[in-house]
Design a protein around this ligand. Structure first.
Ligand SMILES: [Fe+2]
Length: 445
């Protein structure tokens, strides 16, 4: 093992080949998600929560055109006439099917025409000067955007009715972990980043946060553990729920995670068109923040705060510094985490020992997004970049933060600092949770 670390290659040449690779990977995935269903399925709205898949596809192309063809490249518009149709702020998801959208063939032609121009812009752009160009930020932002929509499209696949159209290998098997929870010592750590090239505005800047000692689960809460909550009557006992959570549980008639149904003594689920028994050792998913919080309260525990989650994921006690990822500073590789839709399900606890954090917390990255107890807010010193609609308009108590990415998140769109946010009632996303608790004074050293 060598102790020397070579400096990262941040030359324009490096960025050009890296950008081409991540843009191609995103497009291959968008193609897979849209070519695997017929035109009827592409234009249909599978749930009022989601856009028709054909809207996502052209929207991805339109954002790529706005930022890379027009802004970075300074080139003439490809289709200025459709900007308004694909502006997510002008048209909520529910009304998108009624818009005069590009049809499937036209949308495919459009996104590939935009991409051809973008590859030309990439070749000729200096990748320095304006902040948007430095370290190819705008290209990184667009690649992350397409991958985020790919994950959304994957969630649309989960909501569509009909048989399976996607296929993937099983993830690695789980291994029993030596401990169910670990102590994270109290004290300051560095949260957020000022150096990660493609970190978004809400992840910046790096700042010190003091955290009291706490325990955190080494793995996400499993289906088996969640069934115990159901069997104990957890969905019928308001004492475990917040006031807002209980109202939602009543209104939504919730009685189990999304896509579950009971058949006799057995829990079944539908996963991408396949009906199967709920596997006991996988992380529970398709639970809202309210369900996660009720479970944690019932179990005598709580959800971690966002700083707690990040300290457990990034803080290295031997150096005192925060890593880019739990396993170190290297970009995610397949042995580190279940990312990138390589598998169509989360993996059981212990399946990625090489991805564990220095403190022994497993699978913080990949598998399922993890609800935290924190509202989505700007860090001290937050600056809007490159536009207020990226994050700032969402700051406040309406949204809860989720961390770590899921099996449906691409490596380019997840980091130890990456922050996702959603309404606390949402369940169509690939979200689960792990629990934490305060350390008592006698446990804290
Ligand atoms: Fe978008």
């Amino acid at each position: 093992m060598t102790l020397t670390q070579s400096a990262p290659d941040y030359s324009p040449g490096h960025w050009r080949s890296h950008v081409a690779e991540v843009l191609t990977r995103a497009r291959n995935r968008s193609r897979l998600l849209t070519d695997s269903v017929d035109d009827d399925d592409l234009v249909r709205q599978h749930s009022p929560l989601m856009s028709p898949l054909v809207w996502d596809l052209a929207h991805v192309g339109n954002q790529e055109e706005l930022w890379l063809v027009r802004d970075v490249g300074g080139r003439a518009p490809v289709r200025r006439d459709i900007d308004e149709l694909y502006d997510a702020f002008k048209h909520p998801r529910a009304e998108r099917p009624a818009l005069p959208l590009l049809g499937p063939a036209e949308a495919r032609r459009y996104v590939s025409e935009v991409r051809d121009k973008v590859l030309d812009v990439l070749e000729h752009s200096p990748l320095e000067g304006r902040p948007l160009l430095q370290q190819a930020f705008a290209f990184g932002m667009v690649a992350q955007h397409e991958q985020q929509h790919d994950e959304t499209m994957l969630a649309t696949h989960q909501l569509r009715s009909g048989g399976a159209v996607l296929d993937a290998a099983l993830p690695p098997l789980g291994v029993r972990l030596p401990a169910a929870e670990v102590l994270v010592p109290g004290g300051p750590f560095t949260m957020g980043t000022s150096t990660e090239p493609w970190a978004l505005d809400n992840e910046r800047p790096a700042h010190d946060v003091d955290v009291a000692p706490f325990f955190i689960d080494t793995a996400a809460v499993t289906n088996d553990a969640f069934m115990a909550f159901i069997d104990a009557g957890g969905y019928d006992q308001p004492q475990w729920w917040s006031a807002q959570g209980w109202v939602h549980r009543q209104d939504g008639r919730l009685s189990a995670p999304g896509f579950w149904e009971r058949g006799g003594d057995t829990w079944w689920r539908v996963r991408f068109g396949i009906r199967e028994q709920v596997p006991p050792d996988e992380p529970v998913m398709h639970v809202s923040f309210h369900e996660a919080q009720a479970y944690a309260t019932w179990a005598g525990r709580r959800l971690p705060t966002e700083p707690e989650w990040e300290k457990a994921a990034r803080w290295d006690p031997s150096t005192g510094r925060s890593r880019r990822y739990p396993w170190g500073d290297e970009d995610p590789a397949p042995e580190h985490a279940n990312l990138g839709q390589r598998h169509l399900r989360p993996a059981a606890a212990g399946a990625y020992p090489r991805g564990a954090s220095p403190l022994g917390v497993h699978q913080l990255i990949g598998d399922v997004w993890e609800w935290t107890s924190s509202d989505f807010r700007g860090y001290p010193g937050f600056t809007v970049f490159p536009y207020p609609e990226y994050s700032r308009v969402f700051f406040g108590s309406d949204y809860k933060v989720l961390r770590g990415g899921s099996f449906g998140s691409d490596p380019v769109a997840v980091r130890g600092t990456f922050r996702n946010w959603d309404f606390p009632i949402r369940r169509q996303i690939f979200a689960g949770f792990r629990c934490a608790r305060d350390a008592q004074p006698e446990e804290a050293s």
